[in-house]
Design a protein around this ligand. Structure first.
Ligand SMILES: [Ca+2]
Length: 144
């Protein structure tokens, strides 16, 4: 009986850790493209990336009825290298907007025009394994 108990105990420990991992992923708002935080206007956000696989996603849809130009920038915390990516979704296809690489503590960003109905998704993530639960990045989003 004792020998049988050990494998089932291990199995339940594995189940528990898988369960808590997915719970953690749901806990952070905007961790995936599907749960991207909707932006309504120009905004500045300061936030942390709490692990090396944490990502923060934002989105803005051009519902203004006219073509708009948006710019997005990311100021990485001192000594940490984060990246900002843009994904422009249009009726004609999806375009990935890369920003270049300015290293730890760098300022990176991109700009693009959006026709009415287009959506831009913005992804902030560690460049590799950098993160900090205390040092905040600064994300700026502007609609013109
Ligand atoms: Ca970077």
């Amino acid at each position: 009986m004792k020998k049988k108990l050990i494998p089932s105990l291990i199995a339940s420990v594995i189940l528990l850790s898988v369960g808590s991992q997915s719970a953690f992923a749901i806990k952070g708002a905007g961790d995936t493209r599907d749960t991207a935080i909707t932006l309504y206007t120009s905004t500045t956000r300061t936030w942390t990336l709490d692990s090396f696989n944490d990502e923060d996603w934002f989105k803005w849809r051009n519902d203004t009825g006219s073509t708009k130009y948006v710019s997005a920038s990311l100021q990485s915390p001192v000594g940490l290298n984060y990246d900002i990516w843009g994904y422009l979704v249009t009726p004609g296809g999806e375009y990935t907007l890369n920003t270049g690489e300015n290293g730890p503590g760098g300022l990176e960003g991109f700009g693009t025009s959006l026709n009415p109905g287009d959506t831009i998704y913005i992804r902030i993530k560690p460049d590799s394994f950098d993160y900090s639960t205390t040092q905040q990045y600064e994300f700026k989003f502007n609609v013109n």
